[in-house]
Write a protein that binds this ligand. Structure first.
Ligand SMILES: Nc1nc2c(c(=O)[nH]1)N[C@H]1C(S)=C(S)[C@@H](COP(=O)(O)OP(=O)(O)OC[C@H]3O[C@@H](n4cnc5c(=O)[nH]c(N)nc54)[C@H](O)[C@@H]3O)O[C@H]1N2
Ligand SMILES: Nc1nc2c(c(=O)[nH]1)N[C@H]1C(S)=C(S)[C@@H](COP(=O)(O)OP(=O)(O)OC[C@H]3O[C@@H](n4cnc5c(=O)[nH]c(N)nc54)[C@H](O)[C@@H]3O)O[C@H]1N2
Ligand code: SF4
Ligand SMILES: [Mo]
Length: 885
């Protein structure tokens, strides 16, 4: 969409693990476009990537360090940070200091955090939000292959004749990779989606297995049994490369003896299970992609191994179009795993349980403080903080008050912790509210380093913007604190390239081939070569090594005997189970246009058009059962922790199960935290929480009134209302509001509008009230109240009135009608790129557009990033159904 001139910078998108290459330009009008030379995306970007330039201004940024709420100099902030750490170590030992890191740090930042904590402060308590994300996949890889290595690459998802997606809504969460999967459609290629709800990804499915949540191991154990009973096992491959097949099969026969048992345990039709098994049996080129529906479970590691077992039994590992494939979430989830960001690993894929590894790392760092054993995993770390065992917590590039399960306890822990240090690029996050020391981090475009994507590909993120305010790169902040603590010699880095070379050298140090993660060929990069580094897949063993797209194609696994292991899997079902008081299962996950806790994506107004409020997807049967209405508000309650959201009638849900988004924090809404509904239950091996399986009761929110409020951008964010949800727009701020008791609007209006209104319209019989405040001819604030939410107008036109310095007389007259009488109401925006609304699309369909392609030609919708194509398709299909019935 944006024309990029030659002076643009080649960098990488900071959102998902696809790791798309971006051409970015700074200056007065920043712009972005897809990098056609990057092998991950070949020029494509999804809607989040395409709107990156709208997130780089300084609004809402943390621009200076703060201690105890007061702005201070960097010297003081670094001093206070070092002093808190020094005191905790002296009084309570190094184990009283904890680091909670993130897969959104660059590898260089991550390396420094790990070196400072484990190597010099001497605390093992370094964990990361990857614990909530990929730790089950990590544990499964290690059990099966002996190392945390993804055997395949993106091309395999295209080459596969059978693509199985387990617990992945790739259409929304790995959109560019999904476009590649989709473009690979051909005769004979099949896709199976395994997910307890229908998603945008179902569009691609030849078969969708809407299984009972948490029963994936039964399904894959059943597959192993079926393969064994139908001559589907590659005995030669097993003999040459694998251990553990007999025990795995024996366990599978107990857990999933036959089709009937699998179908009943997973709540699937026997014929569908058989179809899936038959396709798997028949198709040598099979790839199984798995993501959070597998990982975020008390049996997350087992799910991964149950999937990998079937690939090992059929010899489908690391071969073109045949591999298990873990879809990683964050842009640098993989880099974090490489530097040892997880509490149970050391660094460069070395482990505590191997005494040689510990000695090697200590030797390389020249440190005698490397801890003896693993530290606390995220959920246990916050339990320890709550108990008072941790005195200093340093949170970096993650928002645990929102993303960890059981948010009430997490917030209490943050409250109790004597010193909380938060490094973030944004000022007002739910976690920052608990910070004693706030450190402003450089954001995307301002920082420089490397990230590793889902297919082990290392890419450069490059700087193309000046630092905002006093923000500094995370590595600089930590290296400066290290110097304050007296470790200057070990942290004398001048630039990220220095750190990268050291990280690469550690990966090769004492590595005689036993560690597959090896960047030996990159240890000699000079600064210029680092700047020019092209995307490359590890391992990279020598200077002229171009990297490796696949691993283990001919065996050569990383267990000491060089063989892979099949794992015996028993059935472990979700621990949090519905009962009479909390009869609904709560599934949680992502939406297309937002990134996690919205700190950055909500800055791009168009990314809030697709879903502007927290919502609850409810099956139509459950609407009746719980007395809630489509588009009405409802309350999910988990032992007093509540989630209030807009109900959406969803045929694609299984009855008895609801879905809520994870994105809304207390900064954006009064009570819309998914983590209020999930518990601290974790997988015993990986420590990953069961975030996909909470329980709750559901009741209608008895709204007596609904409202939209619009204000210029200098008003408070949070309101005195039973329900409020903040929706930043391009030219003003706005809110959804609702209340359970009636209001006297005439006397309340000045509270909402920040002063007395000049225009008022009121119809008490209809429960309607509208008022606008205009100062010196400029629209300042406006409120629109109605008894029925469906009667509230679309805000597009009103928003444009905030863009004017002086309202025209015509617009002033139309204000209370809330629409330009001559303009068109386009309906809810479906295509964010070209701002095409649902009514426009429906009108085009009614006028004869019968395909997504035609809609694209007529309205342009779906013709840029393609993220809305599943919805366009659904609109076309629903009109066909309507016409037929
Ligand atoms: N737009 C957007 N994209 C993102 C992100 C984002 O915030 N926004 N975040 C990124 C990150 S960090 C991650 S980790 C990835 C996550 O990517 P995904 O894993 O695709 O994301 P989720 O929506 O969390 O969950 C995927 C699916 O798991 C299903 N599921 C729930 N329970 C089960 C079960 O028991 N079995 C099975 N088979 N499926 C189940 C859910 O219904 C859901 O559709 O997305 C990345 N991409
Ligand atoms: N119920 C439920 N809970 C979940 C999940 C789920 O599916 N269901 N998914 C889990 C998963 S997979 C994940 S990955 C987590 C994600 O959850 P979080 O990591 O908590 O979410 P983010 O909003 O990505 O937090 C990143 C923070 O870092 C800041 N930031 C951005 N760039 C930088 C930088 O360069 N430096 C610094 N210092 N800060 C920066 C951002 O402003 C933001 O505050 O949530 C997990 N929680
Ligand atoms: S697919 Fe992921 S990496 Fe690519 S542009 Fe979208 S969010 Fe960024
Ligand atoms: Mo994640």
């Amino acid at each position: 969409m944006t024309v990029i001139t030659t002076d643009s910078c080649r960098t990488t998108c900071p959102y998902c693990g696809v790791g798309c290459g971006v051409l970015a330009k700074g200056g007065d009008t920043p712009s972005v476009a897809g990098d056609q030379t990057h092998p991950a995306n070949l020029g494509r970007l999804c809607v989040k990537g395409a709107n990156l330039h709208e997130t780089t201004d300084s609004r809402d940024r943390l621009l200076a360090p703060k201690v105890a709420g007061r702005q201070v100099s960097w010297t003081d902030a670094l001093g206070a940070t070092a002093e808190a750490i020094r005191r905790a170590v002296a009084e309570h030992g190094p184990g009283s200091v904890a680091f909670y890191l993130s897969g959104q740090l660059l590898t260089e930042d991550y390396y420094i955090a790990n070196k400072l904590a484990k190597g010099f402060i001497g605390t093992p308590h370094v964990d990361t939000n990857s614990r909530l994300c990929m730790s089950s996949a990590v544990a499964a890889h290690k059990r099966a292959f002996g190392a945390d290595a993804v055997p395949g690459c993106y091309e395999d998802l295209e080459l596969a004749d059978l693509l199985v997606l387990v617990g992945s809504n790739a259409a929304w969460n790995h959109p560019v990779l999904y476009q590649r999967m989709k473009a690979a459609a051909r005769d004979g290629r099949r896709v199976v989606v395994i997910d307890p709800r229908r998603t945008a990804t179902s569009e691609l499915a030849d078969l969708h297995l809407l299984l009972r949540p948490g029963t994936d191991t039964v399904l894959f154990n059943g597959l192993l049994v079926w393969l064994a009973d139908h001559h589907g096992v590659d005995q030669d491959y097993l003999d040459r490369h694998c251990d553990g097949f007999d025990a795995a099969l024996a366990a599978a026969r107990v857990a999933a003896p036959d089709l009937a048992s699998v179908a009943s345990q997973c709540d699937l039709a026997e014929a569908d299970v058989e179809t899936f098994y038959r396709w798997y049996l028949e198709t040598p080129r099979t790839v199984t992609g798995f993501s959070q529906g597998a990982n975020q479970s008390v049996a997350g590691t087992d799910k991964g191994n149950a999937i990998i077992n079937c690939h090992l039994a059929t010899g489908r590992v690391g071969r073109p179009g045949a591999s298990p494939f873990s879809l990683t979430g964050q842009p640098n989830a993989m880099g974090g795993r490489e530097v040892g960001g997880l509490a149970n690993t050391l660094a460069a894929h070395m482990d505590y349980h191997n005494p040689d590894d510990r000695a090697l790392v200590a030797d390389f760092w020249g440190s005698d403080r490397v801890p003896d054993g693993p530290g606390l995993k995220a959920v246990d770390m916050f339990n320890a903080i709550h108990r008072g065992d941790i005195k200093v917590l340093w949170v970096m590039a993650t928002n645990p008050a929102v993303s960890l399960p059981d948010t009430a306890l997490v917030r209490e822990a943050l409250q109790r912790c004597p010193t909380v240090i938060v490094s973030d690029c944004m000022a007002d996050t739910d976690t920052a509210a608990f910070a004693d020391i706030l450190l402003p981090a450089a954001g995307w475009g301002e920082k420089d380093g490397t990230v590793t994507n889902s297919e082990r590909r290392i890419s450069r993120q490059r700087r193309f913007l000046p630092l905002a305010g006093e923000a500094r790169p995370d590595w600089w902040i930590m290296a400066s604190v290290a110097r304050e603590l007296g470790y200057g010699d070990a942290f004398a880095y001048q630039r990220p390239a220095d750190i990268f070379r050291e990280h690469a050298a550690l990966s090769a140090f004492g590595n005689e081939g036993q560690r597959v993660f090896n960047l030996g060929g990159l240890t000699q990069l000079d600064d210029q070569a680092y700047d020019a580094l092209q995307p490359i897949q590890w391992p990279v063993l020598s200077r002229d090594d171009g990297g490796r797209s696949r691993l283990f194609g001919d065996g050569g696994f990383c267990h000491p005997n060089g063989r892979a292991r099949l794992i015996a899997i028993d059935t472990v079902l979700p621990v949090t189970r519905p009962d009479e008081k909390q009869p609904l299962v709560v599934n949680t996950g992502r939406i297309r246009d937002q990134w996690h806790t919205m700190t950055r994506t909500a800055k791009a107004a168009r990314l809030l058009q697709h879903r502007s409020e927290p919502f609850i997807d409810v099956h139509p049967q459950d609407l009746l059962r719980f007395g809630v209405r489509d588009q009405g508000l409802a309350v999910l309650d988990n032992q007093g922790q509540q989630f209030v959201g807009r109900v959406r009638s969803a045929e694609g849900q299984r009855p008895g199960e609801v879905f809520v988004p994870i994105h809304w924090s207390q900064r954006f809404t009064g009570a819309g935290l998914a983590s209020a509904l999930t518990s601290r239950v974790t997988d015993p091996l990986s420590g990953q929480p069961e975030s996909k399986h909470g329980t709750a009761s559901l009741r209608p929110f008895a709204a007596r009134w609904h409202a939209r409020l619009l204000c210029r951008q200098d008003r408070p964010r949070r309101w005195r209302a039973d329900y409020w949800s903040y929706v930043p727009l391009a030219d003003c701020d706005s809110w959804w509001l609702a209340g359970e008791s009636l209001m006297d609007w005439a006397s309340e209006a000045d509270y909402w509008l920040g002063g007395m209104p000049q225009l008022v319209m009121s119809d008490p019989a209809q429960g309607m009230f509208r008022a606008a405040r205009i100062v010196d001819g400029r629209l300042e604030a406006m409120i629109l109240v109605d008894r029925e939410v469906s009667r509230l107008p679309d805000l597009a036109w009103l928003e444009s009135c905030f863009g004017q310095d002086t309202l025209s007389e015509r617009d002033r007259r139309a204000l209370l009608a809330a629409r330009d009488c001559e303009g068109e109401d386009v309906g809810p925006i479906v295509c964010s790129c070209f701002q095409v609304g649902q009514y426009q699309i429906e009108a085009a369909i009614a006028a004869g557009a019968t395909s997504v392609g035609t809609l694209g030609q007529q309205l342009r919708c779906g013709s840029n990033c393609g993220s809305c194509i599943p919805e366009l398709k659904a609109l076309v299909e629903s009109s066909v159904v309507a016409a037929e019935s």
